[in-house]
Design a protein around this ligand. Structure first.
Ligand SMILES: Nc1ncnc2c1ncn2[C@@H]1O[C@H](COP(=O)(O)OP(=O)(O)OP(=O)(O)O)[C@@H](O)[C@H]1O
Length: 203
């Protein structure tokens, strides 16, 4: 088991969003989190990433974790290459290795990195690709991806899902928040956080 969230409870201003949610993802598994807008999908992912503290419950992560937030967390006045260096350093990678790996991951998403363009001048979809690349830098064991393909064109979207199946083959635990229900037959488990299923339903 690489990711185990047990009995996660979270309220914002006395409004309960998560009512004791469980999620267990093993090595080589892909889990999808689905549910209506505001159901708490991003909140659960942030709790799993250690960015938000739950009111109750516990999260255990084995190995390294990569997180791709819903809203691109990139820095406008840095180039993609500088992002690779900075995020790579945070994961113990040397500058050259981080740059090479970043460009390689970008190419696999059909993006050829231009050395001079600042992140603020990238298109929305390309900025989101940068976000996915940063999450995957340093070969994490657990990948948490919050609707990561927003703005991707069709080819890049298919490339993204190919990446997800490759990560599964490599034995990673992958969690994807998604509204794209046409992929659900290919994932290993689906956690539905819609309000009617108060504690989340594993489908
Ligand atoms: N920091 C916060 N302070 C107060 N309320 C918050 C905060 N973060 C989230 N919420 C509220 O918690 C609820 C769940 O939000 P969350 O972003 O987790 O939902 P979601 O399922 O990811 O939604 P979407 O599908 O629209 O992305 C929403 O009602 C949201 O307004």
């Amino acid at each position: 088991m690489l990711l185990h969230a047990r009995g996660i409870v979270k309220s914002y201003r006395r409004r309960r969003v998560l009512h004791g949610v469980d999620l267990a993802v093993r090595a080589g598994e892909v889990a999808a989190i689905v549910g209506s807008n505001g159901a708490g999908k991003s909140t659960l992912l942030k709790i799993c990433a250690g960015l938000v503290t739950p009111d109750g419950g516990r999260v255990t992560v084995r190995g390294r974790l990569g997180y791709c937030p819903q809203n691109a967390g990139v820095m406008g006045f840095l180039t993609p290459g500088e992002h690779f260096t900075l995020f790579g350093a945070g994961r113990g990678m040397r500058r050259g290795a981080a740059a090479r790996r970043g460009r390689e991951l970008a190419r696999a998403l059909d993006w050829t990195v231009n050395r001079r363009t600042l992140a603020k001048d990238l298109s929305g979809g390309t900025r989101q690709k940068l976000n996915v690349v940063l999450a995957a830098l340093g070969d994490p064991d657990v990948l948490l991806l919050d609707e990561p393909y927003q703005g991707f064109d069709r080819g890049s979207y298919l490339d993204f899902w190919r990446h997800v199946w490759d990560w599964r083959e490599e034995g990673k635990a992958v969690v994807v928040v998604t509204h794209m229900l046409n992929r659900l037959d290919r994932v290993d488990q689906v956690l539905d956080l819609s309000p009617r299923t108060a504690t989340g339903t594993t489908l």
